[in-house]
Design a protein around this ligand. Structure first.
Ligand code: ARG
Length: 588
């Protein structure tokens, strides 16, 4: 189904043409003066230059032509040459009825679906998820859902950080604590125990302990580095241990992500890229891209048009060790080989932007990624506390994600219990659902690249531009629908009638903007556009609701029309929050 703006534009373009002007000037946009009109066209100003005529004359001509067309209630020329357009209530009702009848609320799947891989989450094995990882998970999940809704094939890859010194640190600490385990016996040839020699709780404690020790104890650090080296060069016991660290850690991560309603198609990690490194490096050398510079192997990635210096991409350190870079490039090797994606999106902290510029350029230059495959970096800003500094615990430590989620859940529970008529159990479950909306909406409503302040009180409020406000609006609609059904009402087969007052029309206009909003959010990789859209929609519904007696309406036909409008609004809001990655409870 066509976007409402396309319908309007088509009419306006035809009108320009009918009056002897080129149709291309007839572009229409949503009015930035909603007090004057709903849509506007500034084409007469452009046409004036081309046709050497006063703009008002052209605008007047076209307005005259538009008067006969049923989709407009008003088409007016305004100085110095604007066209102010207002839709007819009949056309608008027709449009929203069609939207209701169409699958996917009228959004047609794209003609040529793309295969898009999306690299997000990026947790590090054995380290607890912290709030820094929250943004990647929330934003990436929403981008994935939006793309899928548009009809693209979206493949999420968690890209685990499972390769590096942290593994050597864990091995070293564990060896100190339990040297008798077979993993540490170099002469051991038997099978290793099936069960991991630690729990996730212990694992989470081991890493920070080991990391702290390595900062003060040089010998300890040496042995961690040696263990990392041995692990990476195939020491059997260590590899078995790595597999167990991974298994325990991934099970815990999955649970955490599940609580956030985030899921991944692929659970690949940095370690999966390692086998591709030798051939990749060899080829870079053979093709003459990689050269030695102060002992390290590098590839130049600067370009003539650069305004700031882009340093070379380092492929191997002077001791032959690979880097974060190398892993990302080798990851691109298997992604291209196994999936041939049309596009790969990275949702990573924006402080890694320069790094990704280097990686992308190097991948293109060396032929790992062909020009047909688009590479997009979506960098996000920092989540700060109310003091404007990166979010910390009260004691000043890094806040674990699970602690943050628990804190918001508790606060939401208190709030719900204040005036609820629910059992404790229902309130707990509801609190969890609403809390998730607070966290996700609080994050997604900001443009991803901006830093933002995680303000628990504001995000959990039932009023204002918040997740709970959107949910509250949906719950309100659900309760009206239940009441209507209880009173024996049925709106099956009824149509939404042309709007009877401005608030009702404004609601329909908001609904008609759905397709455009989703398309823009997709094209600009910008979930915040969905937030802005659903806030405006919820707001126009609440205005309509406060000005209209739905249940007391005596004309059953009119009442059924209201109910259908309400159903469509509910469906649209539910679709939006699904794209954002959360859902609504039955009551709250
Ligand atoms: N594990 C990394 C971190 O915690 C993020 C990974 C981002 N993705 C990537 N392909 N490098 O900072």
């Amino acid at each position: 189904m066509k976007e409402v703006l396309c319908f309007i534009e088509q009419e306006v373009m035809e009108a320009f043409e009918a009056r002897g002007y080129d149709r291309s000037v007839g572009r229409v946009s949503v009015s930035n003066r909603p007090d004057l009109c709903e849509f506007q066209c500034n084409g007469a100003l452009a046409a004036a230059k081309r046709y050497h005529k006063p703009p008002m004359e052209i605008a007047g001509d076209v307005a005259e032509e538009l008067k006969g067309r049923r989709i407009f209630a008003e088409a007016e020329a305004c100085p110095p040459g604007f066209l102010n357009l207002t839709l007819s209530a009949e056309f608008l009702a027709e449009y929203v009825n069609a939207m209701q009848a169409a699958p996917n609320l009228g959004v047609e799947p794209v003609e040529k679906p793309k295969r898009i891989m999306i690299d997000y989450g990026g947790p590090n094995v054995a380290k607890p998820l912290h709030v820094g990882h929250l943004r990647s998970a929330i934003i990436g999940e929403s981008i994935k859902r939006i793309g899928r809704f548009m009809g693209h094939e979206m493949i999420g890859d968690v890209h685990l950080g499972d390769w590096g010194l942290q593994m050597g640190l864990i091995i070293t600490e564990l060896r100190l604590r339990r040297p008798q385990l077979p993993y540490f016996d170099e002469n051991y040839t038997g099978p290793y125990p099936e069960e991991a020699p630690f729990t996730i709780g212990e694992l989470e404690e081991i890493y920070p302990t080991a990391s702290a020790k390595s900062k003060t104890d040089d010998a300890y650090k040496e042995s961690a580095m040696a263990a990392t080296y041995e692990l990476q060069h195939g020491r059997r016991g260590y590899q078995a241990l790595l597999a167990q660290i991974l298994a325990v850690s991934v099970a815990d991560l999955k649970k955490n992500y599940e609580d956030l309603k985030v899921s991944f198609e692929l659970w690949k990690g940095e370690s999966d890229a390692q086998p591709y490194i030798p051939d990749m490096v060899e080829k870079m050398k053979e093709d003459g891209y990689a050269y030695l510079s102060e002992g390290a192997l590098v590839v130049d990635v600067k370009e003539e048009t650069d305004t700031k210096e882009i340093p070379p991409c380092m492929i191997l350190k002077s001791d032959g060790a690979s880097l974060y870079n190398t892993t990302d490039l080798a990851t691109l090797v298997w992604r291209m080989r196994d999936y041939r994606p049309d596009k790969i999106i990275y949702v990573v902290d924006k402080r890694q932007e320069l790094y990704f510029t280097q990686v992308f350029r190097c991948a293109r230059k060396t032929g790992i990624v062909p020009k047909e495959t688009e590479l997009e970096f979506v960098g996000f800003g920092t989540m700060n506390g109310k003091d404007g500094k990166p979010f910390k615990t009260r004691e000043g430590g890094v806040m674990k994600l699970s602690d943050l989620v628990r804190r918001i859940n508790d606060q939401m529970y208190e709030k719900i219990m204040e005036n609820a008529t629910m059992t404790e159990e229902e309130a707990r479950a509801t609190a969890k659902v609403v809390a998730l909306s607070a966290i996700k909406y609080g994050d997604l409503s900001n443009q991803a690249s901006k830093d933002y302040i995680f303000d628990v009180d504001r995000f959990t409020s039932f009023e204002g531009n918040t997740g709970p406000y959107i949910l509250y609006t949906i719950v309100r609609m659900k309760s009206i629908l239940t009441k209507y059904a209880q009173q024996g009402g049925s709106a099956d087969g009824a149509a939404i009638l042309p709007a009877g007052d401005p608030a009702e029309k404004a609601l329909m206009l908001a609904l008609a903007g759905f397709q455009g909003a989703v398309r823009e959010a997709y094209e600009e990789t910008a979930p915040h556009k969905i937030c802005a859209y659903c806030y405006a929609l919820a707001d126009s519904f609440n205005r309509f609701y406060h000005g209209t007696k739905i249940m007391a309406q005596e004309d059953k036909n009119v009442q059924a029309g209201y109910i259908r409008l309400l159903e469509l609004t509910k469906e649209t809001l539910e679709c939006c929050i699904a794209l954002l990655g959360f859902e609504a409870p039955e009551r709250m």
